[in-house]
Design a binder for this molecule. Structure first.
Ligand code: SF4
Ligand code: SF4
Length: 476
């Protein structure tokens, strides 16, 4: 490579700060509504009380030590996680489905990075003022005003980041007790470490790195392009309308009305730059679709505001398909789902969701496990009968205490010995164990290799579970 011909670029590029301008419009309103909803759910759920027998009264709780996950009235056990892994599959296909329809809309409205960055920008604007004031503050030398405003901004960011970290751990322990323990210094070391790590990462990602996370760290930004089709609705600048034959031009005498502009070959873009100023990732949508665009629609709100003010039709920047944008006679923007890919994704989502609902609705309300006691392998009773012993563990997955009875299939009555406990009552969400013996005459023991235990939950909707176990006896 000849020096001087190719520009040498560093491995790392210095971040150029972005100061997005606020804008009003339907996409801004939608974004703010999603932010409010997401924050209400995330920060509120650990504090939502939920009456539950024999377990903490917290609506959503991931109780790792007891291996129980509570979601309102649903109790999930590790055995159910395979079923719930369907949720991951559904979420992934839903992402592909939505991307095929409306591009990177998930990034613009629902992604954690977007939601937290948006809130951090709200704080920044509240403390430092609108875009021109923030740029002025950034450029001015350090003085009392700058120190106070920057300290307040970063202090509030750290507070939100800390509360984000604490809320995360509040999903893993009874929140009111955890909070008391945390502030009095009695929480587990791992709780302090987790909150410290999450505070730091939230502060850096939403306060300092912001759009760099979307552009350089998020893998979805890199591969989402392959999910786009010509019919996918993406935030687009109508280049034919905006540029005309001679490009854009600021309005001045003789170039104010559409008629004047059309006659002179100029488009509708008045080159105000507002679409760039509001962009949270600092790009110019007029340069075409870019991988760093998060499809937030704020440039649409900005351009519509300008179009209203100059009396031109809205929609110079809009959600539209590549087909329409490139057409001389574009259709009204519309969702186009009649495509092989979107129909395939939709069908996969419908099938997997039905399967998940069916599996959750029909999952057993209790779990049974049987362990053979092998020390000794078997006992020879005084009358010559052979006795094997087993431990049967029953986990009650319902919200109330249940009683269980035990039997064995295909063996003479009285073969099963339950000792003092003819039946077992297990509190809600707990596991209890019972020790049983299976005693068979010598001849029958010789030909019996397997025992079929049946555990039955008493009462309506109880049901039975069968478990097999080896039977060891004296063999010839
Ligand atoms: S170009 Fe428009 S839609 Fe894309 S990120 Fe910027 S403001 Fe949002
Ligand atoms: S907001 Fe609209 S009119 Fe203004 S520069 Fe952007 S595209 Fe052109």
């Amino acid at each position: 490579m000849e020096a001087g011909i190719e520009e040498q670029r560093g491995l790392y590029q210095k971040r150029i700060p972005i100061f997005p301008r606020s804008i009003k419009g339907k996409f801004r309103t939608f974004k703010t509504s999603m932010l409010a909803l997401a924050y209400a759910v995330f920060f509120g759920l650990p504090w939502l009380p939920w009456s539950r027998e024999g377990a903490p009264s917290q609506a959503v709780l991931f109780d790792l030590p007891h291996r129980e996950f509570f979601l309102f009235n649903l109790t999930i056990y590790p055995q159910d996680l395979i079923t719930l892994s369907l949720l991951l599959f559904i979420a992934a296909v839903l992402l592909f489905f939505v991307t095929g329809l409306v591009g990177r809309a998930f990034c613009g409205y629902f992604c954690f990075q977007t939601l937290w960055t948006d809130f951090f920008i709200f704080i920044e604007k509240w403390v430092q003022g609108e875009r021109p004031a923030r740029i002025r503050l950034y450029k001015q030398p350090w003085n009392g005003e700058k120190i106070v405003k920057m300290a307040l901004t970063h202090g509030l960011w750290l507070l939100v980041a800390f509360w984000t970290g604490f809320t995360f751990i509040a999903y893993y322990a009874y929140a009111p007790h955890l909070f008391l323990a945390f502030v009095t210094g009695h929480a587990a070391g791992v709780a302090y470490a987790t909150v410290a790590i999450l505070t730091a990462t939230t502060y850096v990602a939403a306060g300092l790195a912001r759009e760099q996370v979307c552009m350089y760290m998020c893998p979805y930004a890199r591969f989402q392009g392959v999910m786009y089709e010509p019919e996918t609705l993406v935030v687009s600048y109508d280049i034919h309308r905006g540029e005309g034959a001679n490009g854009r031009a600021v309005p001045h005498a003789g170039l104010k009305t559409r008629e004047e502009r059309t006659a002179l070959g100029y488009g509708d873009c008045v080159d105000c730059g507002l679409c760039v100023q509001v962009c949270p990732v600092g790009i110019d949508i007029r340069q075409g679709l870019q991988y760093s665009c998060i499809s937030c629609g704020l440039c649409i709100d900005a351009c519509n505001t300008i179009m209203d003010s100059v009396g031109f039709p809205r929609g110079l920047v809009r959600y539209d398909s590549e087909i329409d944008i490139e057409s001389d006679r574009p259709d009204k923007p519309h969702l186009s789902w009649r495509r092989v890919r979107t129909i395939g994704y939709g069908a996969a989502i419908a099938i997997m969701t039905s399967l998940l609902i069916y599996k959750l609705a029909t999952r057993s309300r209790f779990v049974v496990s049987v362990e053979e006691i092998r020390a000794p392998l078997f006992d020879v009773m005084p009358n010559g009968d052979i006795r094997d012993r087993y431990q049967i563990r029953v986990t009650n997955k319902t919200a109330t205490a249940k009683t269980y009875t035990f039997s064995v299939e295909g063996l003479p009555p009285g073969s099963l010995h339950l000792g003092e406990i003819p039946e077992l009552t297990v509190p809600s969400g707990q596991s209890l164990m019972v020790q049983v013996g299976v005693e068979l005459p010598h001849e029958l023991a010789e030909e019996t290799h397997e025992i079929h235990f049946v555990v039955t939950q008493k009462g309506p909707h109880g049901g039975s579970i069968e478990q097999h176990a080896h039977y060891f006896g004296e063999r010839d």
